[in-house]
Design a protein around this ligand. Sequence first.
Ligand code: MET
Ligand SMILES: [Zn+2]
Length: 796
Amino acid sequence: MAVTHPHLPGATILGYPRIGRRRELKRAVESFWAGRTTLDDLEATARDLRRSTARHLTGLGLDTPGAVPGSFSFYDQVLDVVALLGAVPDRFADLTTDGGRLPLEAYFTVARGEGDRPPLEMTKWFDTNYHYLVPEIGPDTPVGFADDRVVREFTELAHPDDGGRPVVTRPVLVGPVTFLLLSKAADGAPDDFRPLDRLDDVVAAYAELLRALAAAGAPWVQLDEPALVTDLLGVPFDEVADAVRRAYTALATDLSPATEPALPAQRPAILVAAPYGDLRSAAGDGLALLAGTDVEAIAVDLVRGAVPTGPVPGLETKTLVAGVIDGHNVWRADLDTRLATLEALAAPGSGVGAGALSVGTSTSLLHVPHDTADEPRLDAGLRSWLAFADQKVAEVVTLATGLAEGRAAVADRLAESTAAARSRAAAPGVVVPQVRARTAALTAADAERAPYAERAAAQRARLDLPPLPTTTIGSFPQTAQIRGARAAWVRGELSDADYTAAMRAEIASTVALQEELGLDVLVHGEPERNDMVQYFAEQLDGFATTVNGWVQSYGSRCVRPPILWGDVSRPAPLTVSWTAYAASLTSKPVKGMLTGPVTILAWSFVRDDLPLGDTADQVALALRDEVDDLEAAGIAVVQVDEPALRELLPLRAADHADYLAWSVRSFRLATAGAGPATQVHTHLCYSEFGQVIGAIDGLDADVTSVEAARSRMEIVPELADAGYARGIGPGVYDIHSPRVPSVEEVTELVTLAAKAIDPALVWVNPDCGLKTRAHAETRQSLANLVTATRTVRATL
Ligand code: MET
Ligand SMILES: [Zn+2]
């Protein structure tokens, strides 16, 4: 039975950036890690940040109880649930206190590892650039209500001790089903054990938390269940549905202890949020599923997901939070059309039958920067088309006012939004006829190179490489000295000429090092690149970069994604002078290094007024021109990195074919201008590639290097089984740690690879670029890699 509950406020957001407008939390956490401040200092900074954020959001118009999300986290929202439950892996068990509580210091240890205790693994959160920590759950992992931090954070804002304005927030947590579906089985768990087997225990702990929140006076709680919008978790919909039904039947009930049945319902009203995609798919109807439970409200993503039309049984007793403002991108919304969507949903004749309607964001605003006002250097026109988190809050509030009071009440804001949309559509650079004409004229032949056999022969003749050629993935250590030179150059303290000289000196020593080590295909080392996407975005037309547009990538790590706002073209060569300089220093082949179209899009804010595949073609053509210029400069090997190929894979299986078609095509467009004697490499990392094996083959690169050390070359037999028959460089050591791999270790992995596929195809290289490593360990690791390769070569 549903409890009587207050209506959800008319306007809300699913979450807000938590790192701080000036990255206060990042600084505070890092200085605590460095031992410069105490735990008390850190807690105090965090409390101030929560307080100022809550009051700020109230001031922006989220001013009714429950409207402000309590979405703070010290590191990661999934790790927060691990802490809530005390569900820490055995190797950290000694860090918990009585009752399984994980003190904050230990919380960070679980996130970051310590000595020989590796941290939880990290992986991408749905189709975003945010990384969460993967819980490890086994049959005996402790699960209980171990930590009341959520309750304390609620209370501290509802009853502030600084005499300031109280804010009644809506605590936000990852829901129990999504938590378990994102977990992996703990080491040593029986083969048939799945984390979801612990659902009842986890739900019991959430029920206790809900009781405690109710006792503290929380009217609402938000449980995020994005597991409902994806087919990528490998669990059939029926099983997810069954888990959701069980969890929310247990939670959305009167939680009074059985011994005191006369007590009123002892829990907050529950909002289940399903961000990042469509609740309804060929696999099943998640909206009907949630509507059939007794939760009080459901938040749907109406940016990615379709707007429901027909009746949804059960929805008549619930609030529908219509996520019409994109939480995942930076564009100002066309409020007029969004309001029309809301009006249609709210109309008594709409047939959807929601009991009440709230206006919300499609996802948490975690994925966008704070405020466009912090970007004074951005072109004023472009800035007026953007909405960062604060602008999005204002949009939500405007729409809610328009819905409640009629269009007249927000007429001026609707008009402003329409005017911004018009100015954007008409602005120079948004549509560039020459760029459009070039993509429109593309034919299938533009994505085709000569047959592989012909290429392979031409490349053999030109490059004359030994069997098992050795190479690296591109970057060499980005030392403090390199970064210092760049910072001084950006500040204007180092002249262009001096900066170029400093980078050239770095390139020269990197080339010398590779020659000394005896590597076969050299690289220039990428010292001039601040970041593998930003470097290109800064030079291509159609992109803008920000100064304060930080978004959390993981933990205290933040990135500033470029904004792709217009048609993309290449005004001048991007990389040629550096690569050509490196090549002038050696007689060995030097590999040119480009970032591929999919990765450039994945790590930027992309435009919403052109299909992604079309934008990818534009980027591809810019890169194609660069490949031409590299060839003309005599470069014989060009690598186009696509580490994000798997990351952009849509959450729904039905969308995969289309995505794989345009992503593969854009890579081929970028590279197919290369003549047969030019060897094209690609590089993939960061994920399991099982789901995109066909696409890897489809890229038609002459050589593919791929992260493989931690999985012990697993990808090689998979590729061989799929009929892949071009060069393959499975990574032979993990570059994420300073550990130097031994000769024996590398020998073993190279041997493994050479057994799993035709040894004539195998290349030897690290898992990924070396930019985060130090010099000494890099030299030693690569020396071992070369020695090991020579040993295996001798056996062939
Ligand atoms: C994340 S993939 C990185 C590839 C790039 N060429 C590098 O070596 O840094
Ligand atoms: Zn990589």
